[in-house]
Unconditional design. Structure first.
Length: 222
């Protein structure tokens, strides 16, 4: 294939990513991921910030993971400073899939406590994947500040992130279990229940936490 033909294919794929038809954008993202080209990276990251279709966004992330981390990580990290919540959340989601720990310094407390639930949830997942060995206790303390936040899906996301860190989360959970706010205390207790019994469902863990509080059972004995 000549250089001119390659450039034509690149331009065609880039136009496809902006097509009004989601199925066309889906095929374009698939094509970009199948034949990675560094010239695509900036456009892929920009498109992640505005793409309305979930399936297309997932393929955009997949396409980015097919490119070299040295090309994608700087662009994704830059997107974390965007005022657009979707840009931040999708960049975090993609960084968690790329898995390059050089991005760890960019996963800030501000992102993990972002006012937008989707951004915060993506930051929790990315942090658990990228945290350097030995820094898990500090991460657990930051995540524990978000216990009791949001609805069921947000709380479940946080519990899963915490449980993925393992036993290091226990001190932070037990401190949060003494919080005077019932929604914080129950979430902390339910999360430790999930740590002890990964097969327990979240709803069951919450109900167990309520039962323990009602009976006055000491948290540390559970």
């Amino acid at each position: 294939m000549t250089m001119a033909q390659q450039d034509t294919d690149v331009m065609r794929a880039l136009r496809g990513l902006e097509h009004s038809d989601a199925s066309v954008r889906l095929r374009a993202a698939m094509a970009v991921g199948t034949a990675p080209d560094p010239r695509f990276v900036g456009t892929l990251v920009e498109r992640c910030a505005t793409e309305p279709d979930f399936q297309v966004r997932e393929l955009l992330t997949w396409a980015l993971t097919r490119h070299a981390a040295s090309a994608t990580v700087p662009e994704l990290v830059a997107a974390l400073g965007s005022e657009r919540a979707q840009a931040r959340s999708q960049a975090l989601h993609t960084l968690s899939k790329v898995g390059d720990r050089q991005a760890w310094p960019a996963i800030t407390r501000a992102l993990m406590t972002d006012a937008d639930d989707e951004v915060a949830r993506s930051a929790w997942r990315a942090a658990v994947v990228l945290v350097p060995e030995g820094e898990e206790p500090e991460l657990a303390e930051v995540l524990a500040t978000q216990l009791g936040r949001g609805g069921r899906e947000t709380q479940l996301s946080l519990s899963r992130a915490l449980v993925a860190l393992g036993e290091v989360i226990v001190p932070a959970l037990r401190a949060a279990a003494e919080d005077p706010a019932p929604h914080v205390s129950l979430h902390a207790r339910a999360t430790e229940r999930l740590l002890r019994d990964p097969d327990a469902g979240f709803e069951f863990a919450i109900e167990e936490a309520k039962r323990i509080v009602a009976l006055g059972t000491d948290f540390q004995e559970e």
